[in-house]
Design a protein around this ligand. Sequence first.
Ligand code: ADP
Ligand code: MG
Length: 295
Amino acid sequence: MTKAKNIAIYGKGGIGKSTTTSNISAALADSGLKVIQIGCDPKSDSTNNLRGGKSIPTVLDAIRSGKKIEIADIVYEGFGGVLCIEAGGPEPGVGCAGRGIIAAIELLRQKKVFEQYDPDVVLYDVLGDVVCGGFSVPIREGVAEQVYTVTSADFMAVYAANNLFKGIKKYANSGGALFSGIIANSVALPIQREIIDDFASQTGTTIAEYVPRSVTIIRSELRGQTAVEYDPDSEQAEVYRRLAKAIVTNEKKYVPAPLEAENLKTWAESWSDRLLEKKDDESSVRTPETASPAT
Ligand code: ADP
Ligand code: MG
């Protein structure tokens, strides 16, 4: 059995984790690697675009059914042979959302899924805006060795990334995963790149890739596909292939230097002042969510 590269991709809800992770999986599978993608978000749609836009039953659902669980109940094949797993979540309003991750990882180990499939790469797509025990499992328990975060230039996304850095730092001395890079997503304006670059330099972190906001993603998603599958010749697909290659070859791991709450606030205010100074102020302050696609 080869030693798999275990990578966790964190970020705030709606920031583009699943889009990015699925495109990385698709690109890696295309290059001949065996990939497992594990959705660790109660939304349970991490792998949809690897499977024609359709959801798969989750590990927590399988556990809740009370029936004997077979590997085939929780592992589904997607584009390029990527194995898709969704941890799932609790019923709304009941229990900790991170519980699905703990249960899923335990079950996959019990069922010897990793031994059986012998993957080259395992990607964990993890919701990262909640600082709770369950969501830090991939960092704490020797599950992943390397962590990336997807962030845009929006303050709430940066705030979530900074929180993730605090989590990594906390467990770094007890065998926890280390940080390997920021994936700057939805970059449509130069100022957004500047903001993310500055945040990276303030926190002693590096940028793995800049992913533009792109209409190719919107179109691919409407077909239930990744850009790598739907439009392999597009610039967007090329960006994901480059990112995928960077991630499998990147051995760089380090402890980030998160900003203290007060410093993060001061940092945000300094950008607010700079944005105000800009003549093109109006267009600069639009969030990537409301800005029109660049391509
Ligand atoms: P998350 O998994 O972090 O909750 P998703 O990957 O589901 O977020 O993305 C949320 C929405 O943003 C989706 O509709 C997705 O198509 C869109 N999106 C993400 N990244 C991009 C991008 N680079 N360009 C255009 N749309 C994007
Ligand atoms: Mg998602």
